[in-house]
Structures are given as structure tokens and as C-alpha cells.
Design a protein around this ligand. Structure first.
Ligand SMILES: [Zn+2]
Length: 328
């Protein structure tokens, strides 16, 4: 038998002499799976034994309350005989592992929290989301949170009688978040409420047509994207290109077309060398499916540089675009 096994056996013997004797092996196996050092395992087993002897003397059971009383009340004044650890940090870590094992065995007294009618209703709704909808845990958590607030706002401490849910209450609940939530979050809250109302309809427990009362959040596409870059951002963007390389010059020319001439990305991508009339200082924009072609007059700012690279139009022009029917 190795030294590790001897140490483990000593710790186990202590624990086997207590009211936790039936959990001694499970705790040892649990600690072994954590790959803890042998000294740590021995210490944790001794702490578990210490806690068990203390419980035995008091005739108490393992619970959140008794663990707290042991750590905060007993340990600082402990006069127990034998090798005991008085470090609260070590004892808390050790008891954390013990609690896992005891909980698994159903031997840990869970605190009895009084359940409210809203708790019961939320449990029913959660079972529906899990069993019927197959929703992910994170989605269910979010919806439980939103619907709990709705029910607490409407029914408070009283019984949850969903037949009495009114359209104006639903509307008011969702709308009350309008000032402090983004359109996206508001849409999520509205989605949670709609999901709960569908659940009520499925169980035939809610008034008819209540889903239509849930306001829709105006969430326009790209509405959260900044409208435009400011001057400093444009300067930094243009300065970021490597003008010593062909690719850098091409990219800068494309950016100039967008920020100075206001071209769309697709229009820039469609530009070809023959679209640039270098002599007249005009840039021809080919027609697209939804826009007719047009010509943009470049002006003195920088229409063209001598020896400009051939990989694209090095344009910088006035923002005055001359719309003209393209001959194409
Ligand atoms: Zn003690």
C-alpha cells in the first residue's frame, strides 16, 4: 500500500467513525477525481470528520445553516481534541466538496423557501418551454425572468388567475421598458410575453386574442449603426492605408470614392478604368438594377494625380454630384 493510500485510509477511518460513515467512500472518490494533493485530501477528509462529529454532538443535520454555524460559530472557538484544521478558508473548501457529495446522496437539508403562486406558474411555463418547445436553457431563463416580472406586476402576491389578464396590462408592461431598453431588448421582452400567452392559449387558460396586444418594438435594420463617420474618423480611416503598395493605394482610392463621392460599395466594386474620363474629370457610374447610371464631376480638390496608379481612380472630388442620364 503506497503512502497516498495510507494517508487516505487514515482520513477515511476518522470519517467512518462519524454519522457520515456511509458517505466516506463517496467523498474520497470525489476528491480523488479532483486530482488534489495527498495532504489536501487528508485535510479535507479530516475537516469532514470534524464537521460530522460536531453535528453528531448537536444532533443536527447538514444544511446551509449548519455549515455556516460550523464555519463562523464553532471554528473560531473550537476546542476539539485531535488534529483539526482551524482555517476557515480550508474548512470552507473542504465542506464545499462534502456538500456536493451529500446533495448527490439526498442527505443535505435544502432550505425551505416558501413558494408563491407566481413561482408555481413560472414552473408550469418552464416545463412547457422545455418539454413542448425544446428551448435552450438560456432562452428559458430569459423568458422566465420577463414573465415573472409581468405576473408580479399584475397579480403581486395574490393568486395567478390568467383569465383575468387584460390587454392593457400586457401592453403597459412591455411599453414600460421602452425608455430604458434598446429596441432589441424590447423585442426580446415582447417575445417572452408572446411565448407565455401562447402557452396560456395551449392550456386554454387565457383570454382570446391577447397576443395581438403585445406591442412590436420598432427595430429597423441597421438602426443601431452610426449614421456616418465624423471628420476625425474619416481622416484616420484614410491615413490607415499603406500608400507605398499597390493594394494600399487601390483600397484608399475605393475609400475615397465612398467617403468623398458618396458611392455605394457595389458601385465602387463595379468601377472599371474606362469609367473614368480623366480629361473631362468625370466619373461614370454604371446603371444598376434599381438606379440609373450617372456621372460625377470631380473637381480641383484632387481629380487626378500625375502618374496615378492604374489600379483604380485616385479620385477626391467635390460632394456635388451631377446626376445625368447615362448613355448606357
Ligand atoms: Zn471543533
Amino acid at each position: 500500500m503506497g503512502s497516498k493510500a495510507v494517508v487516505l485510509a487514515l482520513g477515511l477511518d476518522e470519517l467512518r467513525a462519524t454519522g457520515f460513515r456511509e458517505f466516506a467512500e463517496s467523498l474520497a472518490e470525489h476528491l480523488a477525481r479532483r486530482h488534489l494533493g495527498r495532504v489536501t485530501v487528508e485535510t479535507y477528509l479530516r475537516v469532514a470528520g470534524h464537521f460530522a462529529r460536531w453535528l453528531d454532538r448537536r444532533g443536527d443535520v447538514a444544511s446551509v445553516r449548519s455549515v455556516h454555524a460550523f464555519l463562523s460559530g464553532h471554528l473560531p472557538r473550537c476546542q476539539c481534541a485531535g488534529r483539526v484544521t482551524h482555517s476557515r478558508i480550508i474548512a470552507r473548501a473542504a465542506l464545499g466538496h462534502l456538500v456536493v457529495v451529500l446533495r448527490r446522496a439526498g442527505h443535505f437539508a435544502e432550505p425551505q423557501v416558501p413558494r408563491t403562486p407566481v413561482d408555481v406558474e413560472i414552473d408550469r411555463f418552464d416545463a412547457y418551454m422545455d418539454d413542448v418547445c425544446g428551448l435552450a436553457a438560456s432562452t428559458r431563463r430569459r423568458r422566465r425572468f420577463d414573465v415573472r416580472r409581468l405576473l408580479e406586476a399584475v397579480f403581486r402576491e395574490g393568486p395567478v388567475d390568467s383569465q383575468w389578464l387584460r390587454a392593457d396590462q400586457v401592453r403597459e408592461f412591455v411599453a414600460s421598458h421602452g425608455d430604458r431598453c434598446s429596441p432589441g431588448t424590447l423585442g426580446v421582452i415582447a417575445g417572452s410575453v408572446r411565448s407565455y400567452l401562447r402557452f396560456l392559449r395551449l392550456e386554454e387558460r387565457g383570454p382570446e386574442g391577447l397576443e395581438g396586444a403585445v406591442p412590436r418594438a420598432a427595430c429597423w435594420r441597421l438602426s443601431t449603426v452610426p449614421v456616418h463617420l465624423d471628420d476625425d474618423q474619416v481622416r484616420r480611416l484614410l491615413a490607415s492605408f499603406d500608400k507605398s503598395s499597390r493594394r494600399g493605394r487601390r483600397d484608399r482610392a475605393m475609400a475615397l470614392c465612398m467617403v468623398v463621392l458618396g458611392l455605394r460599395a457595389a458601385e465602387v466594386a463595379a468601377l472599371r478604368v474606362h469609367d473614368v474620363d480623366w480629361r473631362a474629370g468625370v466619373l461614370r457610374i454604371p446603371p444598376t438594377k434599381t438606379h440609373r447610371g450617372r456621372a460625377l464631376r470631380t473637381t480641383a480638390r484632387v481629380a487626378r494625380r500625375p502618374g496615378a496608379p492604374s489600379c483604380g481612380p485616385p479620385v477626391a472630388a467635390s460632394q456635388q454630384a451631377t446626376r445625368a442620364r447615362d448613355s448606357c
